[in-house]
Design a protein around this ligand. Sequence first.
Ligand code: SAH
Ligand code: F3S
Length: 434
Amino acid sequence: MSKKLFIETLGCAMNTRDSEHMIAQLKEREGYDTTTDLKEADLILINTCSVREKPVQKLFSELGAFNKKKKEGAKIGVCGCTASHLGDEIIKRAPYVSFVLGARNVSKISEVLHKDKAVEIDINYDESEFAFDDFRTSPYKAYINISIGCDKKCTFCIVPKTRGEEISIPDELIIQEAQKAVDTGAKEIFLLGQNVNNYGRRFSDSEHEKVNFTKLLRRLSKIEGLERIRFTSPHPFHMDDEFIEEFASNPKICKSMHMPLQSGSTKVLKDMKRGYTKEWFLNRVEKLRKECPDVSISTDIIVAFPGESEEDFEDTLDVMKQVEFDQIFSFKYSARPHTEAEHFTNVVDEEIGSARLSHLQSMQTEIIDKNMQKHLGKTYEVYFEDLNRDNYVSGRTNANLVVKVKGSEELLGKFKNVKITQIGRTICTGEIVE
Ligand code: SAH
Ligand code: F3S
């Protein structure tokens, strides 16, 4: 009988892909099968996120709960970004943890599994060319890493300290992986990196041909049978005209762009070391909408960064009003260890921060309620990916609108034209039209 693996993944899409990599290694080399029942697991993995403080607190309470519920002899491993930055402190605080494996060391999962109290957290470890075994959570869509680490120095962000310096994965390996995904039924690929449009800046092999992100997209789009290409996250600083024009004109690239704004104030952006101004961001949105009028735009915003005045916050609201984003992921600033901003003293009062966050979120809700109306009665091509519990099947339009229709699993992996009959804030309902 195979051994059982229970894995919980927190945080971003990159963590989802890292979990897939670990599952693949554990299946192929160690004879594990996944389970959703913690009590029958022989190995429990938590793949952690450390971008904000909350998930870190959650980790220790969760570890305690897992330790109580686990079956006798089961091992617990902590992986991911919190593993990278807390290292052996995790084992000190939770001595029942068997190993700690950093976000840049997931290829060593088999190794740490067989050592007692192993801590592998080297952020300079280069696994950009590691040939992972293959495992995908979804047969319809393949996540593919195109780089590891991040070379930016955003003053609020812990990621460069947990994932190390930025190294691009050779384009031939990415193309091979995409081809394999298509050969096994996926029609969509989702390219992942902290800074995807900075692709090609550095490869492990210094002789590697200089391929930038635009070139990579062109090469990938030649794969026959591949219908949709998505990616996250591009950095507004690197959104040059060539990239926007390729995005707009390449029919395989889905017309939804994530543009992490962080703040609308040029002063705050400077303090964050984001490398662009409010005007540059608005100029890029204008160019993008001119080249690609149907594009949907999502963003990340941080409120109450140290030194953010009322006027700075107004600048963020102003960008929101001008752009009318289709989706916003908004956060209250959370001071993180090993970051520059951790030492900034002009901290914004907690209550002011919470008030700004709720002001921003209610403004966004109004924008969404107004703009979603335009979808009513429209027909879009939907790629169905998920079977919902209530006899509905859901998928996404090219511009990333989530749509559900009544139906069963035979719709999965298929493209259908769907007329939108009901609008929601995050998901619409529709009917298939022939
Ligand atoms: N490279 C990615 C960022 C990864 S972190 C990108 O550009 O999209 C994901 C998001 O978490 C960031 O965009 C930011 O909005 C938020 N974030 C990061 N550090 C944070 C902090 N210290 N406090 C609050 N939010 C933070
Ligand atoms: Fe973080 Fe900025 Fe990189 S947000 S992941 S340091 S681009």
